[in-house]
Design a protein around this ligand. Structure first.
Ligand SMILES: [Zn+2]
Length: 143
């Protein structure tokens, strides 16, 4: 068994109900497992890197928010959020709305795996994504 590994990064803020708003320089490592094609490649390195960078750019320098009934980008230019008794009004341009339950590293890693699976669905690859919040802590999702 072998795999191809592609990395990227982004800087973003997030919070859980039990936390204050804070940020990380997230590092992401995607691994692609599968059979080699007739040219002896698992995946085109450049395409994989470009796809991962594009996804990271959607989050870079943004506040990550779960896309939900109360967090939406339609109708208003800003979103009001309340965290630990503090109220914030954030321009939608500065928010990355993500269709997940909460912006934990675990859910974000799963979301990125699903995005990569969708992009490379013709290749029949297994994909894992490790999302590091810090050098000493990360979450990994395997499809
Ligand atoms: Zn955090």
């Amino acid at each position: 068994m072998q795999y191809v590994e592609i990395s990227s990064d982004f800087s973003a803020a997030h919070f859980l109900e039990s936390e204050y708003i804070h940020g990380h320089n997230f590092k992401i490592t995607a691994k692609f497992y599968g059979n080699l094609d007739k040219d002896g490649r698992q995946i085109d390195f450049d395409k994989a890197k470009e796809t991962l960078d594009d996804i990271c750019n959607e989050f870079d320098h943004k506040v990550m928010l779960p896309l939900s009934a109360e967090n939406r980008k339609d109708n208003t230019a800003t979103n009001k959020i309340s965290v630990q008794g503090k109220n914030y009004e954030i321009p939608n341009d500065d928010i990355a709305f993500i269709p997940i339950r909460a912006t934990t590293a675990e859910y974000v890693a799963e979301y990125i795996v699903n995005r990569l699976k969708e992009k490379f669905k013709s290749k029949n690859l297994k994909i894992s994504v490790e999302l590091e919040e810090n050098y000493d802590s990360s979450a990994t999702f395997f499809d």
